[in-house]
Design a protein around this ligand. Structure first.
Ligand SMILES: *Cc1c(COP(=O)(O)O)cnc(C)c1O
Length: 466
């Protein structure tokens, strides 16, 4: 009886939060009309490892790492303690003209682990911003401004990949190619040049993943040749186009892209905002191709998922082009919270955990288990492909598993899968018809099994009428 009273109180409590929320909040990436009926909001009281615990007491396995930010679980005590300690010393200070140890130490450590390439000068400078999109804006502006400072004023164009995603601010959106996010704002966007995605899922019949990558690289070569001296930079997500449906490509593409950028004097911007920090199996996805970019964008997992922070790493060469007596040549970009000490402290604690817990090695075992548990799902009639890159596993749903027969968006396959999984205490947030696992690295065997079971049910229920 007592237990039941308690449960009823918790349910009522969750309902109260739902109404208070909908009275005042405008949620991201949401058609607000779908609340509260189609999609009930889920008020969360606390997090604990891979679990989110609702205001109503229900538990949800966070299989999307809270929008790909979380690395080691919610409320990880070591990161929390580092933030608390820093908060007792210095919470924020202007980073123009002033400095603080966490910003310096973090820059040193990021540069020390950044991707390297034989025969190429390493990344040498760090510029901070406060979210991924802002980091992308910084990289784009730096590439453009660098050429301007060098007197190459015709270089005003960016090349991006079809199906790529780099954030939601207008500059980042201009180099993104997800119609759902981009279409409405198209009239406001600077015109980028788009090259075909090296996406292995789109390989032609009889074509290997490597061949698909080379075919895309050949077209990129043509594009570069048609615009001599006009391009500042190529921006891409190495190995996995995440928001574009976890589409993966062969590392050969990155090698070719690097060579083409060098041949045409174009900067390579690697957007590792989602792929960085061990997500694809190596610390950075660029390592899998043995390439280093001229500009590297990091965010999301950078603070272990605790605080917003972005870092843009640049080469010495690029940096040197801004040194002059004139202010105009300097990079006058700033954000109020640039290099926030609390966020830097969280990032330092995150890097410590990678060492203390030998995370990359441990993830190899977890990724192998994910592969084993995902394999049977490939047999489902409507699963066209199961693909994996380290700690990302994606399930591509298509009618009768046929790549040439994608489900129609109006069938809301993703939404149905989301609901079915949520009913079983698992947070999956499909990208269209792609279900994916991108869990916190601390996910254990029991949780993995629950995830696999819920995914099987979600696929079954979402495609039941198909
Ligand atoms: C999420 C993401 C961004 C944008 O980061 P925000 O912090 O959401 O602005 C940029 N690029 C990639 C590859 C991302 O996945």
């Amino acid at each position: 009886m007592h237990e039941t009273d308690h449960e009823i109180r918790m349910l009522a409590e969750a309902d109260r939060w739902r109404s208070r929320d909908l009275a005042v909040l405008w949620h991201p990436c949401t058609q607000m009309r779908e609340h509260p009926h189609t999609l009930p909001l889920v008020p969360i009281a606390r997090g604990e490892g891979a679990w989110l615990i609702g205001q109503d007491g229900r538990r949800y396995l966070d299989a999307v790492s809270s929008w790909w930010t979380n690395l080691f679980g919610h409320a990880e005590p070591r990161i929390g303690a580092a933030i608390a300690a820093q908060a007792g010393r210095l919470e924020q200070v202007i980073l123009a003209g002033f400095s603080h140890p966490p910003a310096v130490e973090l820059a040193e450590r990021l540069l020390a682990i950044a991707p390297r390439q034989q025969g190429r000068a390493p990344l040498a400078k760090v510029f901070y911003a406060d979210n991924g999109s802002a980091g992308v804006e910084v990289a784009l502006k730096m590439a453009f401004h660098c050429f301007r400072n060098r007197g190459e004023t015709r270089r005003t164009r960016f090349v991006a990949l079809e199906n790529g995603y780099h954030g939601e601010t207008l500059g980042a959106l201009a180099v993104g190619d997800i119609p759902l996010y981009r279409r409405v704002y198209a009239p406001l966007l600077a015109e980028a040049l788009f090259a075909p995605s090296p996406d292995a899922y789109a390989a032609r019949d009889g074509e290997s993943e490597a061949q698909a990558a080379h075919r895309a690289a050949d077209t990129l070569a043509d594009l570069f040749e048609r615009h001599p001296g006009e391009i500042c930079a190529l921006i891409l997500e190495p190995r996995v186009q995440c928001a574009g449906g976890m589409r993966m490509h062969h590392p050969d593409y990155l090698r070719r892209a690097r060579e083409l950028c060098d041949a045409h004097g174009v900067f390579l911007i690697a957007d590792e905002i989602a792929t960085g920090f061990g997500r694809t199996g190596t610390m950075f996805a660029c390592e899998q191709a043995g390439v280093a970019p001229d500009l590297l964008c990091l965010s999301k997992g950078l603070t272990g998922g605790f605080l917003p922070l972005a870092a843009v790493l640049a080469t010495q060469d690029l940096y040197d082009a801004f040194l002059d007596d004139s202010r105009e040549r300097a990079f006058l970009h700033s954000h109020s919270y640039t290099g926030n000490p609390l966020a830097c402290a969280a990032a330092l604690a995150t890097l410590d955990i990678f060492v203390q817990d030998d995370v990359i090695a441990r993830n190899r075992a977890t990724a192998a288990r994910m592969a084993e548990l995902a394999a049977p799902l490939a047999q489902h009639r409507h699963v066209a492909q199961v693909r994996q890159a380290g700690m990302i596993v994606a399930f591509e749903l298509a009618r009768d598993g046929r790549r040439d027969a994608p489900f129609d968006a109006s069938e809301r396959i993703g939404l149905r899968a989301y609901r079915a999984a949520l009913d079983r205490g698992v947070l999956l947030r499909p990208l269209g018809e792609v279900l994916y696992w991108m869990p916190p690295y601390c996910i254990d065997e029991e949780q993995l099994q629950r995830l696999a079971a819920a995914t099987a049910t979600a696929i079954e229920e979402a495609t039941a009428c198909a």
